[in-house]
Each structure stands twice: as C-alpha cells, then as structure tokens.
Design a protein around this ligand. Structure first.
Ligand code: GUN
Length: 306
C-alpha cells in the first residue's frame, strides 16, 4: 500500500511512444539523404528481398519493405521462390546477390521452410550486404561496438529511446525472450557503454524461474516473447518504461482481415502504470522497416566496410 493515498492521481500519466510518427520522420530523413546521393552523381540505394513460400505474415512484411523502399527513393527487387525450392538453389541465389554490384544490400525473409537450414543461408550472405544484421560477423561487431549493421528491430527500439530522450543509464532492464532477431541483440545493445545503453540487463526466457519477481524489478521492460498480452499489470513496477515487440496475429471476426495484431503486453491494464509505453500496432513495428532502410542507405554509402 503506497504511503501517498492519492496514488491514483499519477495514473494514466503514461506517454505513448509513437513509433509510426518516429519511423515516418526517419524515412523522410533517409529520402533527403537519397536526394543528396543523387545530386552527388550516385545511383539510388538498392535493396533486394528474398521471399520463399506464401506465409501470410512474411508476405505483408516484405510488401511493406518494398513499398517503404519506393517511398524513400530506393530501388528494390523482390525475388520470390516456391516453398519447395532446394537449399542448394537458394544458396545459389544468395551467391548471385552477393556478387551483384547493382545491389547494395539484401534480406532473406524468415521463417524459411523446414527443409532449408536457415543458419546456413544466413551465414552465406556477404556481411557487407547483410542489412538485416543477422550474420555472425555483424553480430560479433555489434558486441564489440564496432561499426556494423545493427538488427533492425533492436536498433529501432534504441532509436525510439534516443528520440524520446529517455535516459537509460543505470536502469535495470528486463528483456523477455532470447531470440536471435530481438531478445538477444537488444539485451546486448542496452548493456553497451553508450546512450541509450549502460543498463543492467536481465535476459529472461522460457526456462527463467521467478519471472514475475524479475519483472517487478524492471525500470525498463522489453517484451519480445511472442505471447499475446502476456505481461499483466501485476508484473510491472509503477513508472516503468514498457517496450512491446509482440506482433502476433490473433483471430478477430469483427475485422475484415479476420485477425488483429496483438502485442505481448496487456496494454489496457499496463499502460496506466507506465511512464512510457509503445502501442501495438504503431510502436516498434514501423521502426523495424525504417531501420532496414537506414542500413541499406549505409550499405549504399559503404559506411561500414569500405
Ligand atoms: N522475420 C521476422 N522479422 C524479420 C526480419 O527483421 N528480417 C527477416 N529477414 N525476416 C524476419
């Protein structure tokens, strides 16, 4: 029971972190950079996306990436393959993209069908063109704080914290989920000696004991476990900063599409306790694409690898 009996009066004081508006601003900055490249006689940055099969989520993500390229003034190429493409054939396509001087960077959309070894495909991408930042070379360089492509979603989270002037130094951050795409890299980025960064990070996962006790210690929660509305109000400290990375499709017959996107946080319950919170949709999601464009711009300018 708080000493101050009017603790409710500080409720609902949370500030929404608007990823949609922030991403739009970043995309405009990138478009302006493209104009500068063109004025200097360079060609447009060129991103290629490889899509294998017809996964609904992947189709949407890749279509959004291609559209964002157009809006920013990039050239884009979508390479589609049937879900039964062999691993060898896909590796041959990656080799072609590695060698194509007209392509600055490319991504292979995940997940891949079960018969293809995704790690093998990932490691076959030239790190200089790995604008997803998933290759072991880029991950290693990230850990060492060397110039590299940072994975888009974790980088988007860092950029949101930066643009909202949120001081993370000395804060205790609890990350939920240890995926290679979000949980593991964001825990590394937040622990680095940078601003945003300098957090004390606890990385929780499916085998973590006493999860609620960890969460209640958190000044910052990054929820990236892929379980809709998992984080409830009784798991969150008053005044915490909550970053929701979840984007699970849950069926919703009231929508034309038949589904809605659900975050990992029960927003209605949790938001009143927070100092800052990201919504779903419109929080971290739009930042992922903006940061992919940023990496592709870096690739076109050969900023990291010469
Ligand atoms: N699948 C889910 N997120 C991503 C991403 O950021 N990049 C790729 N390539 N696949 C994904």
């Amino acid at each position: 029971m708080p000493f101050w009996p009017f603790s409710n009066s500080i409720n609902n004081m949370h500030q929404l972190i608007d990823g949609k508006a922030t991403a739009a601003a970043i995309r405009q900055e990138i478009a302006a950079e493209v104009e500068k490249l063109l004025a200097a006689g360079q060609r447009r940055p060129h991103l290629a996306a490889v899509l294998v099969g017809n996964d609904g989520g992947s189709e949407t993500y890749v279509a959004n990436k291609i559209k964002a390229c157009e809006d920013a003034g990039f050239t884009s190429t979508l390479l589609r393959f049937d879900s039964n493409i062999s691993e060898a054939a896909l590796l041959a396509e990656v080799a072609k993209l590695n060698a194509d001087e007209q392509i600055d960077g490319f991504i292979v959309q995940l997940p891949l069908p079960g018969h293809i070894n995704a790690e093998k495909v990932n490691e076959s991408i030239d790190p200089r063109k790995d604008v997803d930042g998933f290759h072991a070379v880029n991950i290693g360089r990230m850990v060492l704080n060397l110039p590299c492509y940072l994975p888009a979603t974790p980088h988007g989270i860092i950029e949101l914290l930066k643009r909202y002037n949120i001081n993370t130094q000395g804060k205790h951050c609890v990350v939920l989920g240890r995926s290679h795409i979000v949980g593991s890299p964001v825990s590394i980025l937040l622990a680095r000696n940078t601003q945003p960064g300098n957090c004390t990070v606890t990385l929780c996962h499916s085998r973590t004991a006493h999860l609620k006790e960890h969460l209640l210690q958190a000044d910052i929660i990054v929820a990236a476990l892929g379980k809709p509305e998992f984080v409830k109000a009784d798991m969150v400290k008053e005044g915490a900063i909550v970053i929701d990375v979840g984007t699970t499709r849950v069926s919703d017959s009231s929508r034309k599409s038949g589904f809605r996107l659900a975050g990992d946080v029960d927003f209605e319950q949790v938001a009143p306790k927070c100092s800052y919170i990201t919504p779903v949709p419109g929080g971290v999601g739009p930042m992922t694409i903006a940061m992919l464009l940023k990496n592709t711009l870096h690739a076109a300018k050969k900023d990291f690898y010469g």
